[in-house]
Write a protein that binds this ligand. Structure first.
Ligand code: ADP
Ligand code: MG
Length: 580
């Protein structure tokens, strides 16, 4: 074959492969165009997770009818005209690629009117081919309808995740831009249901409240920082408000949402000793620096940027976050927290309170102790069925581990992992019978982000089957009236959040698997924590319950619940036997 220049449609389809990965990529590009056009109202309508329809309507400046054909042409843009412009891009778009790319893999209808024209125009493109141009009366602004996305790229369609996952990506995208543009009124409608709406009042905290819920938004700490190179503003969560992944650490560079692991690292380092390992804060941080100090043209979807002085930017971010945190938390409290959090535990005061109110433990009395203290274990004792050794409690170390003697040496037991295992097996055993449920004296209202609310809604039947009584209370709000009996006094809000938040489900989980996942998460939340002092009877009860578990040696997530130091090992270590 000889070398030829690819036809326009083929070139566009190739470019589309980079720009349009999934429905949320379309939403991102169309929102960026609307923002670049100065819109202050943007409505996103989605059907069938974006595969059937994505429509973005804005009230921005519009496109003159005679330029509609150009707009859908590749490398056609009104945002730069010469190469130097690339070094000071102030718009979100500049590549002139999005509409052409989207049009090459969907049925795209672009309709628009500028203020100076009485009529608007409309152009329809199917798989990269213009099929219709018409005039019509419409309000000033632009509407882009994208139907049958990937109709001609079956491979892409096949690789899309479940509708729920694709919808979650779309909500995340809309949330991201709504927080960066609190002056713009965003609406998101899924299959005729309005699931998200910001006021456009210009108040950032208000926009954060729509995304994260009012109670979280109220707790967020303000960040204000400025030096001669960079300005940093926004909000970060206090050390007590964390997530299990980095998904809610957002950064914007000159209003553009970017992903940058190095920025996340700078932020997490600033939280060092304040939050547990494996937990991440929520951040909405805006970095402002001269456009010529950032290269935005390094990534096809512009999700990454390159800083001229990377090190300086990261140091500034670290300083900004650290300062905000220290200003928020008095010094004495910081040292207090870091000490207690060595094991992720609550501060000593909370610990005492928690222990008293936890009936799963409180029910115990000393008569339930299986082996009285001080009584030595008969060396002839046989292991209990299912491979669980019969253990004699020795005590608790570091308010985190139990020490026990077994027939063959010493056992160190992680109290949190062990309790997780116990609760997990009890709940799994209960789930087919109607489990005992505990009504709350005061029902609790919990607010969720659109993505979590969606997941919760879908899994309400599972939660009901576990003994939760939860009901929708308004968009994103749920009221909890009862929790599973086993959960005792664990905060109902914490339990419900644990059940669905951060629960990334990319594959369609089997019904049973989803239930198991939720049970494991709820148990983790309810389990006694490391750093919590347990009374001797509570320690005994824990050992006893662990012994009756089917898989006592690991927690539901596969971590060990116990470490065994055999008599044999002890003898070798002390040089009593063996080659020492
Ligand atoms: P880019 O945004 O990189 O310029 P696009 O393909 O996204 O490229 O859009 C091409 C051009 O179409 C833009 O430069 C802009 O002039 C025009 N355009 C696209 N969407 C809108 C909109 N919502 N409102 C006004 N003009 C738009
Ligand atoms: Mg664009």
């Amino acid at each position: 074959m000889s070398i030829t220049i690819l036809p326009e449609e083929v070139a566009s389809q190739i470019a589309a492969g980079e720009v349009v990965e999934r429905p949320s990529s379309v939403v991102k590009e169309l929102i960026e165009n609307a923002l670049d056009a100065g819109a202050d109202q943007i409505t996103v309508t989605v059907r069938e997770a974006g595969k059937r329809l994505i429509e973005v309507v804005d009230n921005g400046s519009g496109i003159p009818a005679e330029e509609l054909e150009l707009a859908v042409h590749r490398h056609a843009t009104s945002k730069l005209s010469q190469a130097e412009d690339l070094f000071r891009v102030s718009t979100l778009g500049f590549r002139g690629e999005a509409l052409a790319s989207i049009g090459s893999v969907s049925h795209l209808t672009l309709s628009s009117r500028v203020r100076s024209a009485d009529l608007g125009g409309s152009i329809r493109v199917e798989g990269g081919e213009t099929v219709e141009v018409s005039e019509l009366g419409i309000p000033v602004g632009t509407s882009v309808r994208v139907e049958h996305l990937f109709f001609n790229v079956p491979a892409r369609l096949k690789f899309l995740k479940t509708d729920r996952t694709e919808k979650r990506h779309i909500s995340t995208t809309v949330s991201q831009y709504s927080m960066a543009n609190p002056g713009v009124k965003f609406r998101l409608i899924y299959d005729d249901e309005l699931i998200f709406q910001t006021s456009g009042s210009g108040n950032l905290q208000e926009a954060i409240a729509v995304v994260h819920g009012l109670s979280k938004a109220k707790q967020m700490i303000r960040v204000v920082y400025e030096d001669d190179k960079i300005r940093i503003g926004g909000y970060i969560s206090p050390p007590g408000l964390t997530r299990s992944n980095r998904g809610e650490m957002l950064y914007y560079v000159n209003q553009r949402p970017v992903q940058d692991p190095a920025l996340s690292k700078a932020v997490t380092q600033a939280y060092h000793t304040l939050i547990m390992k494996g937990r991440y804060p929520i951040t909405i941080l805006f970095l402002e620096l001269p456009p010529e100090d950032v290269d935005v043209n390094v990534h096809p979807t512009k999700a990454e940027v390159r800083f001229d002085d990377k090190g300086e930017v990261f140091r500034a971010v670290g300083r900004a976050v650290r300062r905000a945190l220290l200003a928020h938390t008095p010094v004495s409290e910081v040292s207090n927290l870091s000490g207690a959090n060595l094991w992720g535990g609550p501060t000593p005061d909370n610990r005492a309170v928690r222990r008293d109110v936890d009936p799963a433990w409180g029910m115990l009395d000393d008569s339930q102790q299986r082996v009285p203290f001080g009584q030595s274990v008969d060396s002839g004792q046989i292991a209990a069925p299912l491979g669980t050794p019969v253990l004699r409690l020795i005590g608790q170390v570091a308010a985190t581990y139990l020490i026990a003697e077994g027939p063959d040496g010493l056992y160190l037991i992680d109290q949190h992992a062990a309790h997780e295992r116990i609760l997990f097996e009890k709940m799994m055993a209960n789930r087919d019978s109607r489990p005992p449920s505990q009504a709350l004296l005061d029902s609790v209202v919990v607010e969720f982000s659109p993505a979590s609310a969606d997941l919760l809604k879908e899994n309400l039947p599972i939660l009901a089957g576990l003994g939760f009584e939860v009901e929708e209370f308004g968009p994103g709000s749920y009221v909890v009236r009862a929790v599973p009996g086993l959960m005792g006094e664990t905060s109902p809000e914490g339990l419900l959040r644990a059940a669905v938040e951060d629960l990334e489900v990319d594959e369609t989980p089997l019904e049973g698997k989803m239930e198991e996942k939720i049970i494991a998460r709820v148990c983790k939340q309810a389990a006694v924590k490391a750093g919590q002092v347990l009374s001797p009877s509570e320690q005994e009860k824990l050992l006893q319950d662990l012994e009756s578990c089917q898989s006592p040696r690991t927690c539901p997530h596969g971590r060990p619940t116990m470490i065994h130091l055999s008599v044999d090992l002890l003898e070798r270590k002390f040089g009593r036997t063996g080659p020492m």
